[in-house]
Design a protein around this ligand. Sequence first.
Ligand code: HEC
Ligand code: HEC
Length: 384
Amino acid sequence: MRCLIQLLLLPLVANAAPITETAALTLLKEKCAACHSGANKSSDFSIESPAQIIAGGKKLGRAIAPGHPSQSPLIQLLKGTLNPRMPLGGELSATEIATVEAWIQSLPPEPAPATQTEWRWPYEKPLKHTPPAVRNTAWPRNEIDRFILAKMESANIAPAPPAPKRTLARRLYLDLTGLPPSPEELDQFLNDQSPNATERLIDRLLASPRYGERWGRHWLDLARYAETSGLEGDGAIGNVWRYRDWVIDAFNSNMPYDKFVLQQIGGGDEHSKTRNNYAPDVQGHIPTAFLRVAPWDRSNLVAAEVRSNYQAEVTTATASVFLGLTVGCARCHDHKYDPIPQKDFYRFQAFFNATQADRGLDVPYKDPAMKEQAEAESNGWKLN
Ligand code: HEC
Ligand code: HEC
């Protein structure tokens, strides 16, 4: 009868705990609260909430392994396979124990904690692996293909046939320039019967100024490029397009990556590696806009706080972009699993402590005609 009433009531209390949980909690309250309530917490164990029950007491630690009744110390205590049997001085009936077991069974099991080897992989030195053996030896054109094919073969998937020339051209254009080919450009490629027609097309596209615009954009996304400061006020950063153009030029001129990194963080050129030899070209200030495009709260009048937020942002962004490692949580505490202590966050941040980002620098234009055009377009905005 009671079951029937509960069933009838069920639709009316759609948000209430499921029946198994309600039954188990009611039972535990009745049998254990005398010694394990908020007011009387024997052995630091309380049955007041599911979270507290799972957390357990001071002696055994976690009392419940969600989803696994037999591995739960609480069940072992109820059955007497762990001592002293609970409830102290009494015993639950088999049906009552089954009620608690059903609840534990219904709890979603927790993911196994990452093992040492699982979470350490980002810090391991990459190893060269021998390419795996494949059945279809005709398909791979290089070693990377063999890794891909081996996985496909293990899943019984055959590679797609080679793309027709027209499709290939569209893919290459869209990948490298972000634009489809014009009918003339397409014809030029379709009519090119030479065996290296594809290589020639790729070279042409890599040489196109559109290439830097297309691929520079991905970098600008990483560098959190924006033409306003974000947050309250969201003021314009009127000259920041010069950084945008620098990035596009860097891609188009095939700038080596080490130089690309050095210029954005250090603002210098190859000479800056040796401090005594440091004579940067003033144009070298432009790439350091990477350090300036941080969000900036103009409405916050507490200068020290603005400065601290700025430095934390630059530290976090630099680590994410150049190391592929998010360190932001260590601004306030050691990372819980990765080996990133708070101390390292501030040691890293110290590099940026010399950065004064809010002084508008008058970097001259290489091309005087550009200056006039820029001034007309920028409408009086300054880098600030
Ligand atoms: C009469 C008091 C009393 C009642 C009733 C009682 N317990 Fe206990 N419980 C204790 C005491 C005392 C301890 C500490 C035992 C020890 O030190 O080994 C304890 C320990 C525990 C622990 C281990 C806590 C730790 O330190 O890790 C669990 C789990 C537990 N009880 C569950 C229950 C459950 C479930 C019930 C009800 C079914 C219950 N107890 C009823 C007195 C009681
Ligand atoms: C602005 C400061 C700040 C940042 C940034 C921060 N935390 Fe925390 N975090 C705290 C504080 C303060 C506590 C302690 C809260 C308390 O004791 O109740 C805390 C507690 C925690 C806890 C619980 C610790 C425990 O032992 O129970 C975890 C987990 C955690 N943070 C993870 C993170 C992660 C992950 C990030 C980054 C995504 C992060 N935190 C970023 C300030 C921060």
